[in-house]
Design a protein around this ligand. Structure first.
Ligand code: ARG
Length: 579
């Protein structure tokens, strides 16, 4: 990490009044120049130190001696303002970012630690819908972020491939299933069969009994039930993988609920033997401490295991096999209670590590439509034209991106248009999702996500391409030994400071499991550079009349390109070289 922030943090920590990690988290960039280059607000220290924040700021300031890097420390109310040696700062910043032997932004924060991320996890025999888009892109971004921080990260796709709905799907297929229709559009066809059977089942008890019978057969290992189930799984996974491939996502493990079914008998037996699980109305359950919270059902009264039982088995299996320090479940906020119950059940079963499980909850997409009788949460008045099938959304985005490219390049696009449209369309969807705080519901709007000038994926990709094009125009190799004193414009310092912030931003993003932090940061960085560059009279980068300054500015451009490109890749977006 850059020495400046660490030096500030160290100097503050050396006063003994605040710990390094806390100082690091508190450090902010002040809004005005006269407030210094970095500032440390002391409000939160007031309670612990039982002093007023301004007095604390003054006390810390008094104990800090100026150094070569930190020129001066001032207080302004509760704030400590640090002024750095700007030339030294810019030198250090761009030298570090351009150093190929170091992976700028990467830290060893997570060295020796393992994080398991359970994400995406769509349900077999159902179409891959927009509902699973948020978990998919969030989980993928978190996977990349934790890796950049040096963690060993294991991604698992906890496919919904077991449980009640399979009794229904098998029964429906046995009733009037058509193999040809199935092969033609498997997920669409299975969803139709499911919806239709489900609807009739509500009025016809005998259909419900048949579905239950098939589930029982499946759980008892019946061959025919198993064969159909296997077929549905294979067809579904093939479809899911096609979408993942387009999104650039790979999973370390596809381990669906079915995999853990084999462990459930033993878990239930032991839970009962230990007195953790009890019988209640014919079911076997683990009661929660808070009586208002429903118990976790390990075995239903009809003998079938539940979603919770398989998640308990999954957590135990993963703990044994991956030895995680942390496990994240990137799943919709509507399952909040479910995960609370899961964690409490695991604790009651004696697994102290259950405290390392975290439900990384996210909001939904809001839309107006109801599709195939399935209610997509609606918000009145919005007409986004947003489809529900994930692949349709991607196709739509790519087609729209192609149209925008045509508009922007009436004389032809300088590159492979199809490939660019694919990358831009996907970038638009991914960024359009991630820029929202994860817990917020998202109202999707094509105008916004595809706006090349707004806070969008295409805007960042375009900014990246612009940086590449400046370097292309320069033509020569980027030199690292430049006269850094020539980068003395306040806007150049602002760009350097932003670029230098990447490692800290990645940490914050990981701590809050909030990729929107990284999104805002990249928008700010691209914005700072674009603003700088637009002022062409003052900030011409390639200027034959001024070769020394050109070299320095070219290095800066290259560093911004590196940081922006890195951030985009972490989010799961392709940085464009031409656009
Ligand atoms: N398949 C579930 C759904 O679509 C999500 C699974 C999340 N992961 C888990 N371990 N429960 O709602």
């Amino acid at each position: 990490m850059l020495n400046f922030t660490s030096e500030i943090v160290k100097s503050v920590a050396d006063t003994g009044l605040i710990e390094a990690a806390e100082a690091e988290a508190l450090l902010v960039t002040p809004p005005k120049e006269d407030m210094g280059d970095y500032a440390l607000p002391c409000f939160t220290l007031a309670k612990r130190l039982r002093k007023n924040p301004a007095a604390i700021a003054a006390e810390i300031a008094e104990k800090i001696a100026p150094s070569e890097l930190i020129v001066r420390v001032e207080t302004q109310g509760a704030y400590l303002n640090f002024f750095v040696n700007r030339t030294a700062f810019v030198r250090q910043c761009f030298s570090e970012i351009s150093d190929d032997s170091k992976d700028f932004g990467a830290t060893d924060h997570g060295r020796g630690k393992t994080v398991v991320i359970d994400y995406s996890s769509p349900n077999i025999a159902k179409e891959f819908r927009v509902f699973h888009l948020r978990t998919t892109v969030l989980g993928h971004a978190l996977y990349n972020i934790f890796r950049a921080l040096g963690y060993k990260v294991v991604s698992v796709n906890h496919l919904g491939d077991w449980g009640t709905q399979f009794g229904v799907v098998i029964a429906a297929f046995k009733e009037k299933g058509d193999r040809e229709a199935l092969d033609h559009e498997p997920l669409k066809y299975l969803t139709q069969l499911y919806v239709d059977y489900n609807r009739r089942m509500a009025e016809d008890e005998s259909l419900r009994e048949t579905a239950r019978g098939w589930l029982r057969k499946l759980e008892d290992g019946d061959e025919e039930a198993h064969e159909l189930w296997r077929l549905f799984c294979d067809l579904s996974i093939k479809d899911f993988k096609r979408v993942y491939l387009r999104l650039g996502i790979e999973f370390d493990h596809y381990l669906g609920e079915s995999f853990y079914f084999r462990f459930t008998d033993e878990i239930i037996r032991k839970a009962q033997a230990d007195g953790v699980a009890v019988e209640s109305q014919g079911a076997i359950v683990i009661k929660m401490d808070d009586e208002d919270i429903p118990p976790v059902i390990l075995r239903k009264s009809d003998g079938a295991t539940g979603y919770h039982t398989r998640d308990i088995a999954a957590a135990i299996w993963r703990h044994e096999n991956f030895g995680f320090d942390k496990m994240l479940y990137v799943v919709g906020a509507e399952q909040k209670l479910y995960f609370r119950q899961l964690i409490e059940a695991l604790e009651k079963l004696g697994h102290g590590w259950a405290k390392n499980l975290e439900h990384v909850a996210h909001g939904l997409y809001l839309d107006t439509r109801e599709v195939d009788g399935v209610q997509v949460r609606a918000k009145a008045g919005t007409r986004s034209g947003f489809k529900v099938i994930l692949e349709d959304i991607i196709d739509d985005a790519v087609a729209r991106a192609e149209r925008v490219i045509d508009e922007n390049y009436p004389n032809g696009f300088p590159g492979d248009k199809k490939q660019a449209a694919e990358a831009i369309g996907i970038g638009a969807i991914v960024f359009g999702d991630l820029k929202n705080g994860r817990i917020k519901d998202v109202v999707f709007d094509w105008e916004t996500v595809l706006n090349f000038k707004g806070e969008s994926g295409p805007y960042l990709q375009y900014s990246h391409a612009r940086l590449c094009s400046i370097l292309g125009k320069y033509g020569g190799a980027v030199e690292r030994e430049v006269d850094f004193a020539l980068l003395d414009d306040p806007e150049e310092f602002a760009i350097a400071r932003l670029a230098a912030d990447l490692p800290r931003i990645l940490l914050r993003t990981a701590e809050a499991c909030e990729p929107s932090v990284l999104c805002s940061y990249l928008v700010a960085l691209a914005g700072a550079f674009n603003k700088y560059y637009t002022d062409i009279s003052r900030h011409k980068v390639v200027d034959p009349a001024n070769p020394a300054r050109t070299k320095a500015r070219v290095l800066m451009v290259d560093c911004v390109r590196r940081v922006l490109g890195k951030g985009l890749k972490i989010l799961g977006i392709s940085p464009m070289e031409k656009m």
